[in-house]
Write a protein that binds this ligand. Sequence first.
Ligand code: B12
Ligand code: SF4
Length: 572
Amino acid sequence: MTIEEALATPSLAADASRTRKVLLVAPRFHGLSFWNMTETCEVFGARTPAPPTGLITVAAMLPAHWQCRLVDRNTEELIDADLEWADLVMTGGMMPQRLDTLAVIEVVQAHGRPVVVGGPDVTSSPEAYEGADFRVLGEAEGIIDEFIAAWNSGDRRGTFEAEKFKADVTKTPIPRYDLLKRDQYMYYGVQFARGCPFTCEFCDIIELYGRVPRVKNAEQLLAELDRLYELGYRGHLDFVDDNFIGNKKAVKAFLPHLISWQKEHGYPFGFSTEASVNLSDDAAMLALMREANFFTIFVGIESPDTDTLILMQKKQNTRRSLADSIHKIYRAGMSVNAGFIVGFDSEKASVADAMIELIEAAAIPVAMVGLLFALPNTQLTRRLKAEGRLLPQEFLYQFAELGQGDQCAMGLNFHTARSRRDILADLKQILQRVYSVDAYYDRARTMLGMLDRPRQDRSRAPEFFQRTLGISGRDLRLIGRLFWRIWRRQPEAFGRFCRLFFDTLKRNPENLVGVFMSASFYLHLGPLARHVVSVLEKRIAAIPEDGDGLEVFGNTPVPSRPEPEKPFAMAS
Ligand code: B12
Ligand code: SF4
């Protein structure tokens, strides 16, 4: 039944016009992770890096007379009173949130409330969420109206599946940023495009959002910025696009509007995003992004080995010097964080030295190096399954029990081509080398030496410190906190940090923000690297000399799903 049909039925029309109270619950991310940036968040006075942009986007699609509230389990507890208030709970997210999503479903149902799940993991693995009352699969724009109509017509169970890649993102409403509590997050997300034109074998983006990037229009995106500005938000905004330059023509048409908006408002926002490395080939794009005030880019480099890049279908990373490409981005004024993966079939021998050399030559301080993980619903997973090499999902839960392995240490959910022990040892060696204090700060210094941040006209900025130093008052307070925290928590890095700070202050004060970012990331990444190394050591020790190469913990190689990391106690 459509909304129009439902409204034509008198009793249902009365029901449809009733206010509903919808509680959105963002599930907690499981375990320690490269991305949860715990220590960095503490410096920023935040509790988690970023808000659940998907859930607040869905909230904006609900009928205007429905009331919404958000509880983010990464920053606060879900209490009885929240559930008693709600008529309906909506939840869901990505894979590392699955255990908590399942726990939320149980608790909500125990309170006699219906629960709707959606988001990338629900879409990729709907079978894991059969217990939910409603499952909404795919992009909500294409399907949420059907759910609303079904709910209004009295249905209390169902699965709704959007047609793939058909959602018209030019109709996506402004996310309900008003539901967020500002101090809980380091940065907010905005989305311009969905989808990526490339076909990397391990990636689920193209399965979830398609290969033809769909973009919002400029007015729509600027209206989102207006809303954030009105709400008083300033500072870091992440374009959560899968590949910001996926549709270059559309982005180049949009960026001049973004630049004008930034100029008119005195540059209240600094942007980050994710882009493929061919960004470095496009001088015009780099110049536009620089002028719009993009300050950092996440790039998937994956491997130093050309054969491996070809096997994973990442041809855009071949036929180039990866280090030179990264340096071009630095010279355009943007720092680079990059992803690297170990464990591909084509690795003939150790890749550790080559990967370390590349990370050092490119001077990438924040390098996310992890084990290959076959995500559900990818070309890689289908191939491994066909080859009989895919391990059951439960295999990985045992590493979660090893003191919360993060996603970097949780990979290899398949029978590897190369010795498993050697792959794990490679990752261990890489992390030990690249995250020593000296190696990290050396890369940060080299990167900052190349980084050419623009000097923007900030005369229209509303805050004094933004006009003079390009730093908001809030950020300035955080700098004091950063010095104190490094002194207390990472005394071994304090000397290197101070030297980098004073050098940059003398040579290029525009780059000071880069110094603070690098140092605050290292507060998290230094200890995280040591933790991951300890998990890898346990994994290596659990491989029997004469076994089939898989880790064995206790008597059962494949244990059942563990309980959620924190017993889901309700606070009243
Ligand atoms: C930003 C982002 C992050 C941020 C997280 C910010 C946050 N707090 O959410 C960071 C950088 C921290 C991150 C990390 C990771 N991420 Co991530 N991330 C993204 C990215 C690029 C954008 C997410 C976003 O905001 N999208 C914008 C919103 C509007 O889209 P959406 O969430 O899909 O929501 C739509 C629908 O899904 C649906 N929907 C969403 N929620 C709900 C709920 C209900 C009830 C309903 C009805 C519908 C619904 O409706 C929305 C509108 O259409 C996505 C890719 C993508 N395009 O979404 C990957 C993605 C979500 N990440 C992914 C992964 C794997 C990870 C990591 C594990 C590893 C990695 N790739 O680095 C880590 C784990 C982090 C951890 N702590 O453990 C996968 C998830 C795959 C899966 N099957 O679950 C994705 C899909 C892509 C990818 N391969 O990287 N990520
Ligand atoms: S370039 Fe990035 S988003 Fe695009 S397919 Fe490859 S890994 Fe996925």
